[in-house]
Write a protein that binds this ligand. Structure first.
Ligand SMILES: C[S@@+](CC[C@H](N)C(=O)[O-])C[C@H]1O[C@@H](n2cnc3c(N)ncnc32)[C@H](O)[C@@H]1O
Length: 280
């Protein structure tokens, strides 16, 4: 495997920490935003239900002929457990050793795990469907299309369920997602035909309001209190550390703590869609 970049390492650690906190405090097993149905109360304790709904949504869009699936960026393997329980033969792929160990605990020898990025995948195997659930955004698109074409059986399917960036003016408080116009431009020349598409921005955006609530009402005050405590003990050292890392601290505050990380902001700048393509 090629050496991981700093960005890849910090992303993996971010996912690990997200999983540890979410799993411990909220019974959360998946690593995606969830699918908030109209009748589900927007409460943090319901996040695990929204996540299970998302997994069901994926399963409900699998074409009937599909028997074998490669789950690219499989996270904790929860969607894969559901797929295996429903009779599919599933292989998992993720570059994260930590998450892959969780899958080993969950699924044992019911799955084969590729510990690799998708870009670097080497295998002779082919699949009826290759899926990307909130993982497509991390993968080089050119390589994703060429590899998917290579690793799919004849008439196989590519399922992408992820965020895309809309071309709208202004800076967005959220990062993530390939630019939609670039994706559309690229896919139209690739040997895939669109079979199904569903816009689920409205059902994923509530997660942003929830996370914003946690950050503004728990995380920020907790960090502020921690800093005040440290200042009361070691004022000079804390001042120095704050000065030394001032740029990083500002960047982190802008990225994770800005107050406009809301569902409305998400809907303005992002499109979350489920796309099903067939290889031609
Ligand atoms: C947000 S999580 C989504 C996990 C899971 N699909 C889910 O829906 O719960 C993103 C996943 O993509 C994986 N990932 C990140 N970069 C990748 C890459 N270049 N190739 C394959 N997987 C990647 C991460 O390890 C993680 O498992």
């Amino acid at each position: 495997m090629t050496k991981k970049s700093k960005k890849e390492v910090s992303r993996e650690i971010g996912l690990e920490v997200g999983y540890l906190c979410g799993n411990y405090f909220l019974k959360m097993n998946h690593l995606h935003y969830g699918y908030w149905k109209d009748n589900l109360e927007l409460d943090i304790t319901n996040l695990h239900i929204a996540q299970d709904e998302y997994a069901e949504l994926i399963v409900s869009h699998i074409p009937q002929s599909v028997k074998t699936i490669l789950d690219v960026g499989c996270g904790t393997g929860q969607i894969d457990k559901l797929l295996i329980d429903r009779g599919y033969k599933v292989d998992c792929l993720s570059p994260s050793n930590y998450l892959n160990n969780k899958i080993r605990e969950l699924l044992g020898d019911k799955t084969n795990i590729y510990e690799s990025t998708y870009e670097d995948l080497q295998t002779e195997k082919k699949y009826d469907m290759i899926q990307f659930c909130e993982s497509f955004q991390y993968i080089d698109m050119e390589k994703a299309f060429s590899n998917t074409h290579k690793f799919l059986n004849k008439d196989g399917y590519m399922l992408i369920c992820d965020i895309f960036k809309k071309d709208v003016p202004g800076k967005c408080a959220f990062s993530g997602g390939h630019r939609l116009t670039r994706f559309d431009d690229m896919i139209k020349d690739k040997p895939f035909k669109l079979i199904d598409s569903l816009d689920i921005t409205e059902q994923t955006a509530p997660n942003m309001d929830l996370m914003n609530d946690v950050v503004q009402n728990v995380l920020r005050p907790a960090i502020d209190a921690g800093v005040r405590f440290s200042e009361s003990r070691q004022a000079t050292i804390v001042k120095f550390v704050k000065w030394l890392y001032r740029k990083k601290i500002e960047k982190l505050k802008r990225k994770y703590c800005s107050e406009n990380r809301t569902g409305e902001e998400f809907k303005k700048h992002k499109l979350y869609q489920l796309l099903l393509f067939q290889k031609v």
